[in-house]
Ligand binder design. Structure first.
Ligand code: SPQ
Length: 425
């Protein structure tokens, strides 16, 4: 992918469907009684991996573009897969499916690509074992392949050391078929799409602060789901506006769930203009149009409860911070180390190639703003968010920027390069 300096970013656009919600719609649809129709589904590589895994467990799923129909056969309608289930690059797929398969009366082996093989799994394997699940993997269940022998589980009350929606969701999904009540409490609230969608499928979910509980033996009912645009994808376009003076953009139908909307708070704190227009609720999820206008940015501090609300946006926030006035400090973000790449290291190494001043720390990074960026030869390192964040940096850099391994972007944002071309002058 080649990017040159942009004169202006403008237009009215939509971004592809939310990745987290698309995964969950397929999973809950497959486990529900009856048909589920999903509109606005994200046809990115990660969500296609989820579809393929459920097909291999005997679920009929049809797809035409972003319209998906799942013919659910109920929780125990899944079949034992004959082959390993391949989750590709998707952490969400493997962690949530581990919770689901732990309840099934069969055996399955889950694995993914090189990046998945390095990501920690004991964070879900540990609590699921406490519920009675039999799961094994390399290094006592820390790494893939994961071999799961599902069976009867009992509810637990789990206090998670990390604010992770994947950990919370895996336990809650297992809890839906466990004996008694299952609760998860987390240090900060992570994205709550699972909770909201379970409610949309007719499940009784009890929530109080950072604690959520479900009781076992409930039935999901198939339904229609409309997936909003992914705010994590919109974040790259918001940043594009902030990188190029004189720019403005309307992004329609974006999910603005408060557990995901930290990017809006941070851009505003840095001095950028983001107006939320036409807010409405679709399948329990808040959706709005975003009117974004350029402003000179200033540095900020990002930490604490804000981190899980923008964890996937930190690479592109670092890009904005590089051109902002003053210093930006990001802390409490050690989770970045266990994403598709170590995103503290990859952001620092790739952004430095543009001439930005980034110092990696143990739990985040410090960025000295005000850099005049110069075009660079970038490597996405197979991480979709690194590829896109660096493409946005390229819009403000003198000369040409190239992104190697740019195909990784298809994981979450198919059509990214075309959309960027469409809105840049
Ligand atoms: O699915 P995957 O590979 O983990 O994707 C990422 C991403 O950048 O797209 C993280 F690398 O998003 C996660 C997110 O960081 C998706 C997710 C979810 O849908 O539940 C939750 C977050 O991860 P976690 O570990 O905090 O639960």
């Amino acid at each position: 992918m080649r990017i040159t300096k942009a004169q202006r970013v403008e237009g009215t656009v939509r971004v592809p469907g939310d990745k987290s919600i698309s995964h969950r719609a397929v999973m809950l649809g497959a486990l529900a009684e009856g048909k589920t129709t999903i509109r606005g589904f994200l046809p990115g590589a990660d969500c296609l991996s989820t579809i393929e895994c459920f097909r291999r467990m005997g679920v009929t799923i049809e797809r035409e573009g972003d319209l998906v129909t799942v013919y659910g056969k109920g929780w125990y309608g899944l079949e034992e897969p004959r082959q390993r289930l391949d989750v590709g690059n998707s952490g969400t797929t493997i962690r949530l499916m581990t919770g689901i398969i732990a309840t099934q009366p069969f055996h399955a082996v889950l694995e993914g690509d090189e990046s998945i093989a390095k990501r920690p799994m004991r964070r879900v394997v540990g609590p699921l074992r406490e519920m009675g699940a039999k799961i094994d993997g390399r290094q006592n269940g820390e790494y893939t392949p994961l071999a799961i022998r599902g069976g009867k589980l009992h509810g637990i009350s789990y206090r998670s050391p990390v604010a992770s929606a994947q950990v919370k969701s895996a336990i809650l999904l297992a809890g839906l078929q466990a004996e008694g009540t299952t609760s998860v409490e987390e240090p900060y609230l992570s994205r709550d799409h699972t909770e909201r969608m379970l409610q949309a499928f007719g499940i009784d979910v009890q929530r109080a602060g950072n604690r959520v509980s479900v009781s076992g033996g409930q039935t999901l009912r198939g339904r229609e789901i409309v997936v909003p645009g992914d705010i994590s994808s919109a974040a790259f376009l918001i940043a594009a506006v902030m990188m190029v003076p004189g720019s403005s953009l309307v992004i329609e139908q974006v999910g603005i769930n408060p557990t995901r909307s930290g990017i809006i708070d941070v851009v505003r704190a840095m001095g950028g203009h983001v107006e939320i227009v036409n807010e409405r609720l679709v399948n329990e999820e808040p959706v709005a149009d975003l009117h974004v206008a350029h402003a000179e940015l200033r540095g900020t501090v990002i930490e604490g409860e804000l981190i899980p609300r923008l964890i996937d946006e930190i690479p592109v926030i670092a890009v904005m911070a590089a051109v902002a006035q003053g210093r930006t400090i990001i802390r409490d973000a050690q989770e970045l180390k266990v994403k598709e790449t170590d995103r503290i290291a990859t952001v620092a190494s790739q952004l430095a190639k543009f001439g930005a001043k980034v110092t990696p720390t143990d739990d985040g990074m410090i960025i000295e703003g005000g850099a005049a960026l110069v075009g660079a030869e970038i490597d996405s390192m197979g991480d979709h968010r690194i590829g896109m964040a660096m493409a946005i940096a390229g819009l403000a850099a003198e000369g040409e920027t190239t992104i190697a391994n740019a195909e990784a972007i298809n994981v979450s944002f198919p059509g990214f390069a075309n959309l960027l071309r469409q809105i840049t002058r």
